[in-house]
Design a binder for this molecule. Structure first.
Ligand code: AMP
Length: 214
């Protein structure tokens, strides 16, 4: 089963994607995490992606599409995968269609985690991330056991550059302009599942499971 996650930055797609991956035993592929790992590792890809990410802009399609096509063709994806953060533009969605068609499969579900902009802005200003292991927290809704310290690896938590208020505003503009059209794109294909992302995390997950036919 190939599932993609749609929704504004900060809608909670990453959290839900991780839970779906666990429940269905399929890999969770986050393009944002792949780029962050490349930045940390100082790779050429990381160097190219960093300036776009820090500015809240999308990394160009040509840096993303082949990377995802290669990743989903790997052996661990033979029973499917969950794509979190890809596609984010219509050309990316078309490129994904081609890649999955070559594999003799298709996108089964596009899960749209729907959250109004103001809720996103409130959430993201309180988000804290561990740059070492990638875990994310929230100063109000998902507190670490010890303030400012990652529960998983004990590193210091920070406000990611791309979660800063001015960047969040740009990311939301980019989302509305370039990613929101994908909702229509997948609705026309009959695979769209929209859930109310303002609900508590467990309820959002329950809506998704129900929609996926569980
Ligand atoms: P995320 O963690 O999914 O919010 O991604 C963080 C940043 O990585 C985004 O703001 C983009 O700059 C970049 N990024 C991640 N996925 C994509 C994608 N599919 N297309 C273009 N840029 C992406």
């Amino acid at each position: 089963m190939i599932i993609i996650m749609l929704g504004a930055p900060g809608a909670g797609k990453g959290t839900q994607a991780a839970r779906i991956a666990d429940a269905y035993h399929i890999p969770h592929i986050s393009t944002g995490d792949i780029f962050r790992a490349n930045i940390k590792g100082g790779t050429e890809l990381g160097k190219k992606a960093k300036s776009y990410m820090d500015a809240g802009k999308l990394v160009p399609d040509e840096l993303v599409c082949d990377l995802v096509a290669d990743r989903i063709a790997q052996d661990d994806c033979k029973d499917g995968c969950i794509l979190d953060g890809f596609p984010r533009t219509i050309p990316q969605a078309k490129s994904l269609d081609e890649a999955v068609a070559k594999m003799g499969t298709k996108v089964d579900f596009a899960v749209n985690v729907d959250v109004p902009d103001q809720v996103i802005i409130d959430r993201m200003s309180g988000r804290r991330a561990c740059l070492k292991c990638g875990a994310t927290y929230h100063v109000e809704y998902k507190k670490p056991k010890q303030e400012g310290i990652c529960d998983v690896c004990g590193s210091e938590l920070v406000l990611r550059d791309d979660d800063k208020p001015e960047t969040v505003k740009t990311r939301l503009d980019v989302y509305h302009e370039q990613t929101q059209p994908l909702i229509d794109f997948y609705e026309k294909k009959g695979v769209l599942l929209t859930v109310d992302g303002t609900q508590p995390m467990d309820d959002v997950f329950a809506q998704i499971r129900k929609g996926l036919g569980d």
